[in-house]
Design a protein around this ligand. Sequence first.
Ligand SMILES: Nc1ncnc2c1ncn2[C@@H]1O[C@H](COP(=O)(O)OP(=O)(O)OP(=O)(O)O)[C@@H](O)[C@H]1O
Ligand code: SF4
Ligand SMILES: [Mg+2]
Length: 332
Amino acid sequence: MTALLEIEKLTVQFGSATLTDRILRRRARVLRAVDDLSLTLEQGEALAVVGESGCGKSTLARAIVGLVPIASGRVHFDGMDIAGGRDRSTRRRIQMVFQDPGSSLNPSLTVRNTLAEVLKVHSMVPADRIGERCAELMDLVELPPAILDARPQRLSGGQKQRIGIARALAAEPDLLIADEAVAALDVSVQASVLNLLRQLRHRLGLTLLFISHDLAVVRNLCDRVAVMYLGTVVEESNTEEVFGNPRHPYTRALLSAVPRIGVKKTSGEAALAGEPPSPLALPLGCRFHPRCPIAAEVCRIEEPLLESRQQHAARCHFAWESTEPITIGEQP
Ligand SMILES: Nc1ncnc2c1ncn2[C@@H]1O[C@H](COP(=O)(O)OP(=O)(O)OP(=O)(O)O)[C@@H](O)[C@H]1O
Ligand code: SF4
Ligand SMILES: [Mg+2]
């Protein structure tokens, strides 16, 4: 397999010295939304990035597509360094689907014009083939051609998200980044859009970076899962391993919140308590320690490294203490 996207020690930060900071000569408050994060995405692979609200998932996506500046680190796409900027062809090859299909579509444009705009900007087809290509795109996202003449306000949430996907596919990308693409949809609509993404991924050979706060939705779509906490990856492996043999207490807590038929929670696997600390005031040592049910003294002092065993990585001092799979629940 060849790596399509390689992210190495990526840091994205917000905030700089305000006028008050300068007058009071105090240090600027810098928020590290993505902190020294490394990830690799192979050609044709689907990687899920999961974690609670505010852990830096969207900032990571925005850094990959060039919407936020990178403070440090490397981002390589198909062998090219794109951390400092990217050419038009690379911009076309990385497309994004956003969470809110309503606000990401221009309300004054018909679906046909929304798609035609992308086809023209990237010179995807000759002018006389635009109509035909728009119809093909509708077919690809399983919508009737009559919708091409509609404006977004006439469409349901699921239809709008299918248009969002068609718009991204109009540019014939190699990498599709879906940022909470189904979070705003009803559960049944979520399932049909996830199913569509699964089919498209195989049919078009897409590489997919699928961002979600909900582990349940990624299980049948993605090959690998990276779990983020406060700007950094705390666990990463193939989907089966992350669900069946989670090594990080944070992943276990996230999984214990995923309802599973016939499985009840054990008392030792409480769901996540409280909110994550502010990224403006990261705890010393392991950044998960204030919420970790098994935190020990060392966790308050020493930050654990992301350690790998057989293609399974976890950032916890005790991740590899036992070689036995950790059970999350017990049969009733
Ligand atoms: N433009 C910005 N300026 C300042 N802080 C920002 C900015 N964008 C994001 N942040 C902060 O960076 C952190 C990460 O935010 P981000 O939106 O990437 O998280 P997320 O994981 O996508 O959350 P959600 O699941 O709610 O979408 C948060 O603390 C957020 O407040
Ligand atoms: S290093 Fe310690 S605090 Fe952090 S996750 Fe592991 S056990 Fe919990
Ligand atoms: Mg987000």
